[in-house]
Structure formats: structure tokens, C-alpha cells
Write a protein that binds this ligand. Sequence first.
Ligand code: NI
Length: 226
Amino acid sequence: MLITIPDVLTPEEVTHCRALLAAAPWQDGKASAGAQAARTKNNRQIPFGSPEADTLGRIVLGALSQNALFLSAALPKTILPPMFNAYGPGENFGVHVDNAIRAMPDGSRIRTDLSMTLFFSNPEDYEGGELVIETLYGAQEVKLPAGHMVLYPSTSLHQVLPVVRGERVSSFFWLQSMIRDEAARTMLFDLDQSIQNLSLTLGNDNAEVVSLTGLYHNLIRKWAEL
Ligand code: NI
């Protein structure tokens, strides 16, 4: 499932983050890529674990922790600290699959189930730079307004097309979901969305809404890995 999460950050938060990003140190993007990906990665990023990345990462994770659509779609167990990258004219990231396992700052490791890109540039700020994700239904090109985020399975082949003009700045990071199986996670998301829509018309205390809510939680109880 590929899903857009709108308005993760408010316009004011985007402006604040953009000022922090402009003042941050930048390094070659190959520093965090696996061997195959490093050969095709041609961009810049803020060093992992730097104070600037930590400050920005806290803002992003704070916003996501309040975002009902994200929590419903991802059912996150562990989220890696967000990273930040920039693509200027001629920079791109060729077709690759992200590393399956990544290390947390404390040395523990997580499985990357879902990949995220949160945009800090607006589409009119740059030409090119589309995130192209291969899905079962063909390639999807993603270019979102600043403050919006795309969430997609980390198993997907994807690339960032060359930027032709301007600069594309974004945050990219991964999470391990409590629900490993993509199909099960998608069904839980669909069920949760239907329950929320039903409760708007029928009320939270409607007997069928209560029953379906119980079913939702019992499926999580059956499938969740903590
Ligand atoms: Ni990638």
C-alpha cells in the first residue's frame, strides 16, 4: 500500500524546519547507502546523529506521534531517526531497494517494513526530482506539497529522478511495523478506516461499531509482534 499522509507538518513548522535545514552541515549522501545503492546515489544529506538532524527529527517524530492516519496505516513498532537529504540540479538516486535491516542509535536493529519521504520543498520550487515507486499496478510518481509525506512498502524498487532546476529537500526514514505482513496491515487499515467512518454516522456506542472495534483490536492482538 502506498499512501499519502497530508499535513504532517503545519506551514509554520515547515518554515521553521527549512531555516534549520539551511543552517545544517551537509555531506555526500553515499554515507548511509548500501553497496548497490551507493553506486546510484547522487545527493547530499545531513550527517546521521548530528545535533541538527536530532532537532529536526524530534519535530518530525513529534508530529507523526499525533497523526491518526499515519498511526492507522503504519502501526509502528520502532521508527528510525529521520534523515534529511537534498537534490540540486543534476542530482538523483537511481533504482534501488532500501537495506532490509538498519541500526538504531543504541545499536539495536530493526527490519525496514515501511519507507517514508516527507517533503520540505513545494513542487513549484524544483523541476524533476519525482520519487518513482514501482507498485503491483505500475510505477507511481510522487511529488507532494511541503509538509506532506508518502508511506510505502520498503520492499518496493524506487528512484528519485534527476532534479533539473531548483532544490528538492526532504526527510527520509524507515520503520518496523507491529504487523509484519503487508496484506494483513493493509486489511487492518481498511477496517480501521471503515470503523471510523461508520462511527461518524452511527456513533461510537452503536452495537455493530463496538463489535467491529473489538474485531480490529483482536486481530492486532493475534498478529502484532512487539
Ligand atoms: Ni531508497
